[in-house]
Design a protein around this ligand. Structure first.
Ligand code: GSH
Length: 181
C-alpha cells in the first residue's frame, strides 16, 4: 500500500475512534483524562494490521501520547488526525523505497531464537541467505571477527561498502517486518 493510501486509512481510523470516544464520554462532553488508554484499546488491532507492526497496548499509549505532544507543540492548523497519521507513518510504515540491501542470517538450525526469525521470514517476501555457523566454520569465524562472539541469530545487512551486524532475534524480526512486511 502506498503511504498516501495508508495515510487516508489512518486518518479514518482516528476519526472513527474519536467519534466512538465522544459517544462513550458524552456525559462529560468528551472529557477523559485517560483518553490514550481508551484509544489504544480501540486502535491496537486495526493500527497493528494497517502498519504491520504488533503493537502492545502500552506501546500504543506511548505513541499516541508522543503524537499528541508533537501535534500540540507544532501549533499547526492541521487536524490532529492528520498529524497523528503522519507521526505513525514516519515511524512505523514500511519504506516505499525499493530495498537494495543484501541480507544474510548467521544461525544454527537448533537455536530457538533463530527459529523465531526463520518463522517470521516465512511470512515475508525477502531473500535472506542462511549461514549455518556449525555447518561452515568460515561463517562462524566471520561472525566472531565482527562481533567478538558466536551468539546467534545475527542478521548481516550489506549495502555497498556498508556492513551492519544486527543481533537479537526480536530486533531482527522487527527490522525485517518494517522493511519488508
Ligand atoms: N537474546 C538473544 C539470545 C540468543 C542466544 O542466546 N543464542 C544462543 C543459541 S539459541 C547462542 O548463540 N548461544 C551461544 C553463544 O552465546 O555463544 C536473541 O534473542 O537473539
Amino acid at each position: 500500500m502506498t503511504h498516501d493510501a495508508l495515510r487516508q486509512q489512518m486518518i479514518s481510523l482516528f476519526k472513527e475512534t474519536a467519534e466512538a470516544h465522544y459517544r462513550a464520554f458524552a456525559a462529560t462532553d468528551g472529557a477523559d483524562p485517560d483518553w490514550p488508554i481508551w484509544y489504544a484499546d480501540h486502535l491496537r488491532q486495526p493500527v497493528s494490521d494497517a502498519l504491520g507492526v504488533d503493537f502492545s497496548q502500552s506501546d500504543l499509549v506511548f505513541c499516541l501520547m508522543t503524537a499528541d505532544l508533537e501535534h500540540t507543540a507544532r501549533e499547526s492548523a492541521e487536524a490532529w488526525q492528520t498529524s497523528y497519521a503522519d507521526h505513525f507513518i514516519e515511524r512505523f510504515a514500511p519504506s516505499e523505497e525499493p530495498q537494495t540491501d543484501t541480507l544474510a542470517l548467521y544461525m544454527t538450525p537448533s537455536c530457538p531464537f533463530c527459529r523465531i526469525v526463520l518463522n517470521a521470514l516465512e511470512n515475508l517476501d525477502v531473500d535472506v541467505e542462511l549461514r549455518d555457523i556449525f555447518a561452515d566454520p568460515d561463517h562462524r569465524d566471520n561472525l566472531v571477527a565482527a562481533r567478538g562472539r558466536a551468539t546467534v541469530p545475527v542478521l548481516r545487512i550489506t549495502n555497498g561498502d556498508e556492513d551492519r551486524w544486527m543481533p537479537e532475534s526480536r530486533d531482527i524480526v522487527r527490522y525485517l517486518q518494517r522493511a519488508y512486511g
